[in-house]
Design a binder for this molecule. Sequence first.
Ligand code: ADP
Length: 310
Amino acid sequence: MILTVTMNPSVDISYPLEKFNLDTVNRVAKAIKTPGGKGLNVTRVLKQLDDKVIATGLIGGALGIDIQKKLTEMRIENKFFEISGETRNCIAILHEGNQTEILENGPTISQSESEKFLEYFEKLVQEVEIISISGSLPNGLEDDYYSKMIEICNKYEKPVVLDCSGRALVEVLKNEYKPKIIKPNTEELSQLIGKEVSKDIGELKETLKNELFDGIEWIIVSLGADGAFAKHNDKFYKVNVPKIEVVNPVGSGDSTVAGITSAIYENTSDENLLKKANTLGMLNAMEKLTGFVNLENYEKLFSKIEIVEY
Ligand code: ADP
């Protein structure tokens, strides 16, 4: 069983508009509302792969109930921890080829909720084989909260796939408790080391040798249309992907994380792990919906990926 973690989920609302008019009324014929947050995107892709998955995190209020209901309708097992605050909405207005987003911060978590969730999480960790943690931390949780969660996973020797950025990631890298895998993109990597990182292979290789990453078995840097560059212990790999027709790349990184998690769960080879992760990233980019993949094209894309050891 795989456990996915979304600490600040949302109901994602998409408003398609032919034209977005400022300072007046805009009427929307068809609003699309889906459970959102990076961890839930990962969850949806894992479900499509037919992997056994449980979704957890913090949830509250009417929108929290709505998310649970929708996940259950999708036959996704969910064990969220209820908080007193209200789960947020995140709005994307799609207009004239643009995407204007309005993102609520979401609830503030109390000290007692923060402590109780860790106890709740510790029980869940014992029921699963691997944990996939994605996205930002809600207000009220300390920057080292993911480190505390990883400490629990390490205690039960359960691997963690971590996809987060900013201060939460910095704290994890400083801490002694390590995830098995992190998946930064070049922007997140640049933020981490405090200088612009290009897609140059030599530079990426040197960057990943930085002692900041010591103790993390796998670092997979996703490079959008350029595939990925990865370090597994002392081995380095460039993943070359074929050209695809991109429809909406939002969520491709989450789909990649689903592939990584699924591959670790299956205990497959480095080559298969990298191919699976990138195939799913590409499949997401080829769809309009976030966290959705059309698996009919899986084999075709998978066979076109090239893994080169550096
Ligand atoms: P993130 O969403 O975290 O920034 P990326 O944009 O790097 O992640 O996308 C993750 C993966 O999805 C890439 O490593 C690649 O395999 C695939 N992908 C994303 N965009 C494209 C694209 N334009 N062409 C081909 N593959 C893509």
